[in-house]
Structure formats: C-alpha cells, structure tokens
Design a protein. Structure first.
Length: 111
C-alpha cells in the first residue's frame, strides 16, 4: 500500500512545501522489512520526505493467505510515524469476491 502525504493525489507544490516536504519519517522500531522508499532521502541518519509527488513509502506484506498478507502490511504501517500521513485501508478486501469469480472463470484452480 502507498503511504502518502498531502497534497496527494493532487499537484499542489505550495501545499506540499508547507505541510510535507522535509518532514521526518520515524520508525518506532528499526525494522524496515516490507518498507520500500519512494520520494525520501537520508540526511544525518534521518529519513526525510523529499520529491513532490506526496508518495512517501510503499508497504507490503506476505502470508499464505491474502488475509495474512494484509494483516502483516497493516502491522508494518503501525511502525511508521509521519505527520499527516494516510493510506488506503481496503487493500486486498476485494480479493475474496474476485477469487470466486476467477475460480469460476477457470483462471484459478484449487490444488
């Protein structure tokens, strides 16, 4: 899932400069598993928001099921503190409906 800050998804350089640029990204624990940087930079051992897109990090999870991968990703997000950050909370939710459709259409097979 994308961890974003204002003005994402809009292009508003003034809002980005005023609210997001060079804000510090804090990791409660030094574990960055499943965390992938986007528009950030490391300055004096601190991760700072850079760029202008408002997309700061991508956080992923893995598991034997979609539910487990989803839970791990959301647990990893709890380790991240960024002023004004937000992210979607429905990533993977459609899988349960889509899985049945894909199975019916023959795209998925049970082992």
């Amino acid at each position: 899932m994308r961890i974003v800050v204002p003005p994402f998804p809009f292009d508003d350089p003034k809002t980005f400069e005023a609210n997001s640029k060079y804000r510090v990204i804090i990791f409660r624990k030094p574990n960055l598993d499943g965390v992938h940087i986007e528009d950030v930079k490391l300055v004096n051992n601190e991760w700072l928001i850079a760029g202008s897109s408002g997309v700061v990090l991508i956080v992923t999870g893995m598991g034997v099921s979609v539910k487990q991968a989803q839970a791990q990703a959301y647990q990893r997000v709890k380790n991240i503190l960024i002023p004004n950050m937000y992210y979607r909370k429905d990533i993977g939710d459609r899988w349960f409906e889509d899985h049945d459709k894909l199975h019916t259409w023959g795209y998925l097979r049970e082992n």
